[in-house]
Design a binder for this molecule. Structure first.
Ligand SMILES: C[S@@+](CC[C@H](N)C(=O)[O-])C[C@H]1O[C@@H](n2cnc3c(N)ncnc32)[C@H](O)[C@@H]1O
Length: 859
């Protein structure tokens, strides 16, 4: 396995020369493979060989792309000639990475397996089942994936005891199970580590004749700033090349001129096609034109990406004008769209989203923080920096987009801007995220009515006075005519010109954490749950937990493969003939099949004793239960694809399966618990033991009751790894959860199928549940709801015992406190349980550690 710090150093070195991690990582992996993990060769001359390889890879991709494009255009020509539809290029999940001819995983899946079952059957046919001395069934797939399967015989519903292997399907199913959070694993897996030769391999030919960093070709149409510092210039040079398919190529690649806002000059916008609204025209004389003398670009070769069908040329131009008073206006002019009879104005949100998606895919930007608004913010900042001749005294801007409709509703706008709190007030309403009170300037976007002009204007950077009449003020008025906290807006006026206008506000500098909305202390869920969940802090002065986006359901971050299609749910996976409450009928329906023909829940909605006991026992004594070992563990592969470490083992646990949309029963059916969401009275509170925020119950909760689900962003394992290495050094508030229940059942998983949940940036109240090493009062159980495909499932928390009102809710993260290679640094455990596994704890030593210490793993 590549030492993580070496990987990080290598990636950082690439980053320093402008190569993003996403681009460098796969090449590094390959290089490690080729050089047999010989880091000396890779590190030589400041990672020259790596940089070289990256550029070569890019060149190859580009050549392939050009070839493909030529082929496609040939096909298109033929199509036109024959008037026959040519085969459409498949939509790609991962554009840059999968330029090969392999069908996308999505398509493959749909064709190959409409539900989990067929896959399992085919898997079973390649397995050899044996019975080990322990009586546990060991299953070896042809690929060598090893599974320990349960003993046959028992028909008792106990997840710890496992399901009998009676058919290929059940055999496969049984090898499936979940591990929570930091995956629970054995310290040492039974598979011997690979015999890796540590001897230095002879330097490959390339090293004998080292090549030097190539200067990538400049892209046509991209203007580079003439007086950039060398590093910046280099960044420009290594800008990603066009390497995407037609359908995803950005429409516009136009240079932005960067000129000091205070430069004198005439109003430059003489283009008649830009129909400036009167309000804007009034102020035109104040502006300096920074428009580039750039020919309108013909982007037809790169495809049309505005959702405008057809073949007419699209052209775009960007103008920047600024006034001496600090107003800056960016105009994006989309010519030609008005020539299209079929053109309809898309929503600006949709346009922003589409462009972001394209950028994410095309430029492989993996930064969470990436958004067009942030780019605009950077433009504002750059103007300010250059305009104020100061880089140290940087005044940053937050950009928020507000539809003009909201701007016109003055009182609404005013109440937003009039927020008295220094923090974000947390108003989120129809794309409106309110800035802190005292916002001093704004960003205005107008798409124009005529479809020919799409001007952006940045006006008034922080601290810069405006000279507009109060009559049209977009100010910090609280709705009662008072104008509090918004001094910079006192004299401002709105420059909204069309019903499509958006206004983007600049406020104080906000980091990523702060950029997210702060919380409503009366209901941190913002109304997203059926119950309100309040926030209290009786310990410190911190009013709210750090910001994050509250989401009641998991959301895919980027590449994670989650398929909820009805076609995947076979007849055996739903109860289409049921009616009302499945539990009111004496014979359990098909949805109980997963749990040995018995529902996992009692009619009261509690997990049955036997099931719960089995789950708790598995969690507390994993060594007494089944584990499976992947041949190539996705977890290890994400750390080092070239030399993945051996799998440490995954606990095999049982799923609860709930009825769902393809079932005939009603929403009130007793076999639908987790999907109904939170029903208990909970509260986020500040713990007194130093654990930060925690979650507690305000009501008594019986044993076996559902409390909440762990909700977060669905990431692939690779995405998680990239994210964690990028955030090294920063304190993190949550721990990721691996959805590794199915990893062992299907041989080698594709990256997009090895999923995990991260609630750091987007999550629900479960992100506040603190860790307890032993006797935690919550346990996580995997729950199948939408899809029989166990790559994705819900991780639901149920109570392990009766919980009293005001008791803190805890669960065992499964952390290995001794694992120093873990990308997420373990905290010093303050759980206070007798079985605390954190040996760094002053009062704990190995000697007094009880025997129930778990052989848990780590991510
Ligand atoms: C999922 S979050 C829980 C919520 C967190 N306390 C907060 O303030 O947002 C996990 C983080 O909480 C803290 N934490 C959780 N359990 C802890 C424990 N037993 N001892 C000390 N800190 C703990 C650690 O900082 C950990 O990284």
């Amino acid at each position: 396995m590549a030492p993580p710090q070496k990987v990080v150093q290598a990636l950082n070195a690439m980053k320093a020369i402008g190569i993003p991690v996403q681009r460098a990582k796969p090449v590094l992996r390959d290089l490690l493979k080729v050089y047999e993990n010989n880091w000396e060769l890779i590190e030589e001359e400041n990672y020259r060989v790596l940089a070289d390889a990256i550029f070569e890879t890019d060149d190859t991709k580009e050549e392939e792309l050009v070839k493909k494009k030529t082929e496609r255009s040939e096909a298109k020509k033929k199509e036109i000639a024959n008037d026959q539809p040519a085969e459409r290029p498949r939509r790609r999940l991962r554009l840059a990475a999968d330029d090969g001819d392999e069908p996308s995983p999505m398509i493959e899946k749909n064709v190959a397996s409409s539900s989990k079952k067929p896959r399992l059957e085919s898997f079973a046919s390649t397995q050899i089942c044996t019975v080990t001395e322990s009586g546990c069934q060991e299953v070896l797939s042809e690929e060598g994936t090893q599974h320990h399967l349960p003993q046959t015989g028992s028909n008792i519903m106990d997840p710890g005891e496992e399901m009998p292997v009676s058919s290929p399907t059940s055999c496969g199913r049984n090898g499936v199970d979940d591990l929570p959070l930091i995956t629970r694993r054995r310290e040492k897996g039974p598979i011997a580590s690979k015999n890796v030769s540590k001897a230095q391999s002879p330097a490959p030919e390339r090293m004998e004749n080292p090549t030097y960093l190539k200067i990538p070709k400049l892209e046509p149409g991209i203007a580079h700033l003439p007086n950039c510092a060398p590093a910046q210039h280099y960044l420009d040079l290594v800008k990603p090349k066009v390497e995407m398919s037609d359908e995803l190529t950005p429409s516009f690649e136009v240079p932005l001129a960067m000129i000091h806002p205070s430069d004198p000059g005439p109003l430059g916008n003489e283009d008649d096609s830009i129909q400036q609204p009167d309000a804007c025209k009034d102020r035109q004389s104040d502006y300096v034109d920074h428009r580039e003398e750039e020919p309108v670009q013909d982007v037809t070769k790169k495809g049309n990406n505005l959702g405008v069908a057809g073949d007419a040329a699209l052209a775009a131009n960007v103008d920047i004008v600024s006034s001496a008073s600090g107003e800056v206006k960016l105009s994006l002019i989309c010519d030609s769209v008005h020539e299209r009879s079929d053109f309809h104005m898309p929503s600006l949100d949709d346009v922003l989203k589409l462009v972001e998606d394209k950028c994410l895919r095309s430029y492989k930007i993996i930064d969470q923080n990436f958004s067009l608004k942030n780019i605009m913010k950077e433009i504002c900042n750059s103007f300010f920096e250059l305009g104020s001749n100061s880089t140290t005294d940087k005044q940053d801007a937050s950009i928020e987009v507000i539809p003009q409709l909201d701007v016109l509703k003055k009182s609404h706008m005013q109440s937003i801007l009039g927020a008295k709190d220094d923090h974000f007030s947390g108003h989120v309403n129809n794309n409106v995220v309110s800035p802190p009170g005292g916002s001093h300037s704004n960003f205005h976007y107008s798409s124009g009515n005529d479809l020919t002009s799409t001007p952006f204007s940045i006006k008034g950077l922080n601290g810069i006075q405006h000279d507009m009449p109060p009559s049209q003020s977009v100010s910090g008025n609280n709705g009662n005519g008072e104008d509090k906290n918004n001094k910079g807006f006192e004299n401002s006026k709105t420059v909204d010109c069309s019903p499509h206008s958006l206004v983007v506000y600049q406020g104080k500098q906000i980091g990523f954490d702060d950029a997210r909305p702060n919380h409503d202390v009366n209901d941190i869920t913002k109304g997203e749950e059926r119950v309100c969940i309040s926030v209290v802090n009786e310990v410190t002065s911190e009013r709210c937990p750090p910001s994050f986006y509250y989401i009641p359901r998991n959301m895919i971050y980027q590449h994670g493969y989650v398929n909820f299609s009805l076609a995947r749910i076979g007849d055996e996976d739903c109860c289409s003939d049921c009616f009302g409450n499945c539990m009111s009928v004496s014979i359990p329906c098909a949805c109980a099949r997963e749990t040995w023909g018995e529902y996992a829940y009692t009619p009261d909605g509690l997990v049955k004793e036997k099931f719960l006991d089995g789950s708790i026992s598995q969690n507390r004594n994993p060594e007494k239960h089944s584990l499976f070992y992947c041949k190539v563990c996705p977890l290890e592969r994400s750390k080092s694809e070239a030399m993945p470490d051996s799998c440490k083992g995954h606990i095999v646990r049982k799923f609860i399966k709930e009825c769902w949309s393809k079932c005939g029963c009603s929403k009130e059916c007793g076999n639908r618990v987790v999907q109904r969401g939170i029903t208990r009275s909970l509260q986020v509170f500040y713990t007194s033991e130093g654990k930060g925020w925690g979650l507690r119950t305000l009501e008594e909760i019986p044993r076996g009751a559902f409390v909440c689900e762990y909700v977060g962003e669905i990431l692939t394992n690779m995405e998680l790894y990239d994210r964690t290495i990028q955030t090294t050094g920063n304190a993190r508030h949550t721990y990721p959860v691996l959805l590794d229940a199915d990893w062992g059942s299907e041989g080698v998983l594709k990256d997009e199928e090895a999923l995990c949940l991260d609630a750091t940036f987007y999550g629900n109240v479960a992100r506040f549940v603190n860790h307890r090493c032993f006797d935690a009062n919550l346990i996580e159980i995997p729950v199948e709801v939408e899809t029989p495909d166990h790559h994705y499932y819900h991780l639901a928390f149920f109570t392990t015992r009766k919980i009293e009102p005001m008791e803190e809710l805890t669960w065992d993260y499964g952390i290995d406190f001794d694992d120093h290679d873990h990308p997420v640094k373990a905290f010093r455990c303050l759980c206070g349980s007798k079985g605390c596994r954190d040996l760094k704890h002053p009062k704990r030593s190995k000697a007094n550690l009880p025997s129930m210490r778990k052989s848990n793993g780590k991510v």
